[in-house]
Design a protein around this ligand. Structure first.
Ligand code: FMN
Length: 338
């Protein structure tokens, strides 16, 4: 399991010496950010991490959900902590939360300890928090506010816990704070559904197409089969975040809709494929598999088309396989990994 290190330089040295004693068996508890430290909490370099779980939690409900996601995916995890520890007294905490939420409405965000230098390698970032007065808990609001530019273009999966309140207001808050990010289906566990956490998380991760990392890291094949009627053609996907995201969702059966008189065959993946960090711009030729960014649809080109920066190439159908799709009307297909 890869983890973050969040500690000042001196401690890095001491910890790395200690790690010779077998820290691989450490529990899944996230490491603590450096206190009173203005430096970003920098991820350890290396690895092919696709997922990051960010969470804040006062009484561990959200933390348990975060750890369930982390355990299922074997991915990185980071706790977002307030600069001033949460009040242990419930009424004092209610009062503080009201004050901080009112301050945020005025544009004043309460300080947090946690910061991240870059989200460059992550395809999907899970962001979890408790619901406070119908809103996202304040430390996570601060975190998103402070990292909005770095999260632009990323795919974010929100999850929350609450007594009974819904998640929709906090989703609006997140979208307002990170207008450049793409948001997936969310997960809410209330006091009456928290006991179903394991099955709810599993189902949700399946919906998101999020798989345990080792499965993907060990499988470097970028090839897939496409079955069209009685014929199987093959395609090679691009080795970028969008191409890998597509492959992670296979097998996939969809109907490709004809678009513009057999210029393209299109469908809408749900949720939309990540385009994080992927170069935009493509001059499509027959067989190119692309994402049309403004609409989020996958478009497989049957004809040549002019250059546009709104397209991202994510793969190409091998040989003359495109002839199988070069037919009038909609086509039912099945995509499968090789
Ligand atoms: C300050 C505060 C405000 C809360 N406001 C709400 C609320 O508006 N609606 C609700 O259903 N639960 C509310 N709760 C309950 C928490 O959302 C719920 O207990 C959550 O699971 C706590 O998550 P945690 O253990 O990760 O901190 C509130 C709790 C606190 C401390």
């Amino acid at each position: 399991m890869r983890k973050f290190l969040f500690i000042p330089l001196l401690l890095v040295t001491l910890m790395s010496m200690a790690s010779c004693g077998g820290s691989d068996n450490d529990p899944l508890t996230p490491e603590t950010p450096g206190e009173g430290d203005d430096n970003p909490d920098t991820p350890t370099p290396g690895g092919n991490g696709r997922y990051l779980v960010l969470y804040c939690s006062r009484t561990s409900n959200t933390e348990r959900v975060a750890q369930q996601i982390q355990t299922t995916l074997d991915c990185d995890i980071l706790e977002v902590e307030p600069q001033t520890a949460f009040e242990s007294d419930y009424n004092a905490m209610l009062s503080r939360a009201q004050t901080e939420l009112a301050a945020i409405r005025e544009g004043n965000y309460p300080a947090i300890k946690t910061s991240v230098e870059s989200f460059g390698k992550y395809d999907l970032i899970f962001v979890g928090y408790p619901i406070w007065y119908g809103s996202m808990a304040t430390p996570m609001q601060t975190f998103l506010h402070e990292h909005a530019a770095k999260l632009a273009g990323k795919r974010i999966a929100l999850f929350a816990t609450s007594g009974s309140s819904g998640i929709s207001s906090s989703v609006s808050e997140a979208k307002g704070l990170c207008s450049g990010a793409t948001f997936t289906e969310t997960l809410l566990l209330t006091s009456s559904t928290l006991s179903q956490m394991a099955s709810r998380v599993t189902t949700w991760l399946e919906q998101l197409g999020a798989n345990r990392e080792e499965n993907n890291n060990n499988n470097t094949s970028m090839k897939m089969n496409i079955t069209v009627g009685g014929r199987t053609i093959t395609a090679t996907m691009e080795d970028n975040a969008a191409g890998r995201d597509f492959l992670s969702r296979l097998p996939l059966e969809v109907t490709l809709n004809d678009y513009n008189n057999i210029t393209e065959k299109i469908f809408y993946p749900s949720p939309a494929l990540t385009t994080a960090g992927v170069t935009r711009g493509c001059t499509p030729v027959p067989g190119d598999i692309t994402i049309y960014v403004p609409w989020g649809n996958v478009a497989i080109f049957c004809k040549n088309w002019s250059q546009t920066n709104d397209l991202i190439k994510i793969g190409h159908i091998d040989g003359d396989g495109i002839s199988a799709l070069n037919v009038a009307g909609d086509v039912a297909v099945k995509f499968e990994k090789q």
